[in-house]
Design a protein around this ligand. Structure first.
Ligand SMILES: Nc1nc2c(ncn2[C@@H]2O[C@H](COP(=O)(O)OP(=O)(O)O)[C@@H](O)[C@H]2O)c(=O)[nH]1
Ligand SMILES: [Mg+2]
Ligand SMILES: [Zn+2]
Length: 307
């Protein structure tokens, strides 16, 4: 029996690193039952125990060590299944773009809510600033001020122009980071720039449509020579959050939570109540309209488009 780190997951095959060796592994049949709601019982970042039969090449994973944390999303189809994006991470980077493709604020908010809920620090990397001119720049600046004002760390970058890569490296050093974002924002391009020689597939600009293309099929962890590791993930189109109690949602919007201390009613939902400090702050532009809208949608949405 060996113990190793899962560095790639295709859903049916896993790559597991153990004592500087790499093994191809499968999951023991009944292991699936444990995580019945999960589309993937084993995720990148998991520490697993596996056995290799003397005459076989494939290891069989029979145990997953308890996860320190994980980041999870709901499938957007009706199956209500959950997908663990990565486990045992120190932090996450959400890569965001103002255009080509635009990352909607509601998507950013849903991702941040999940990161807050699982206590995973999130850095926002605003990529493609080389394209930020005119209307696109306005949109970029607007997003920058919304998320900067809340207190999220933000790095503006242009991966193709080598802008601010050093700052990203500094943030990544000696940590395990899961890199997420809409498809087409430049995640794999960033990983290639950070760790030359990997040669990950990226969307080719010539046949790249505004929609973004899925070029990264599976999550995969890469070691970084300057220290640390990064998990590249397939692009996500819609981020469904895993059920929380409605009452909990306010905790995961830091600025709404801070402000809610001044609401007249201690159990204010910030929807209809009189004396609501949150609604007042939205009117005064102290809390952004789009953040409030995301909050309301999460609070009221049953089976909506992101769920
Ligand atoms: N203009 C511009 N294009 C970029 C930048 N970073 C990545 N791209 C392009 O965006 C496209 C999608 O990149 P890719 O890394 O495949 O995105 P992913 O789906 O997030 O992994 C590719 O054509 C990249 O060359 C950037 O900073 N500026
Ligand atoms: Mg990619
Ligand atoms: Zn309120």
């Amino acid at each position: 029996v060996k113990k190793g780190l899962v560095t790639k997951s295709t859903g049916s095959w896993y790559t597991v690193k153990s004592e500087n060796q790499v093994y191809k592994c499968k999951v023991k049949g009944n292991l699936r039952l444990k995580g019945i709601k999960n589309t993937n019982p084993v995720a990148v970042g998991d520490i697993v125990h596996f056995a290799i039969q003397p005459d076989e090449e494939v290891g069989i994973i029979h145990e997953i060590e308890e996860r320190q944390n994980y980041i999870i999303r709901k499938s957007t189809n009706l199956s209500k299944q959950q997908h663990i994006i990565a486990a045992n991470v120190d932090q996450t980077i959400l890569m965001v773009t103002a255009a080509y493709p635009e990352t909607p604020n509601e998507f950013i908010d849903r991702y941040l809510v999940t990161a807050e809920a699982y206590h995973i620090p999130c850095i926002l990397v605003f990529n493609k600033i080389d394209l930020a001119k005119g209307k696109i720049k306005e949109k970029m600046d607007e997003k920058f001020s919304i998320y900067g004002n809340i207190g999220y760390p933000i790095i503006k970058s242009s991966v193709v122009q080598n802008h601010n890569l050093d700052e990203i490296k500094k943030a990544l050093q000696h940590k395990t980071t899961v890199l997420s974002g809409y498809s087409g924002v430049g995640k794999s391009t960033l990983v290639n720039a950070l760790q030359p020689g990997l040669d990950l597939k990226t969307a080719d600009l010539s046949d790249y449509h505004l929609q973004g293309k899925h070029t990264t099929a599976f999550a995969e962890m890469f070691d970084l020579d300057f220290g640390g590791s990064i998990i590249d993930t397939p692009g996500i189109r819609a981020f469904g959050i895993v059920d929380f109690n409605k009452e909990e949602i306010t905790y995961f919007f830091p600025e709404i939570f801070r402000t809610s201390k001044n609401c007249k009613f201690y159990n204010c939902t910030h929807l209809e109540e009189p004396g609501c400090a949150v609604k007042k702050a939205v009117q005064n532009d102290e809390i952004s309209q789009s953040r409030y809208k995301s909050y309301v949608n999460l609070y009221t949405d049953e089976g909506g488009k992101y769920r």
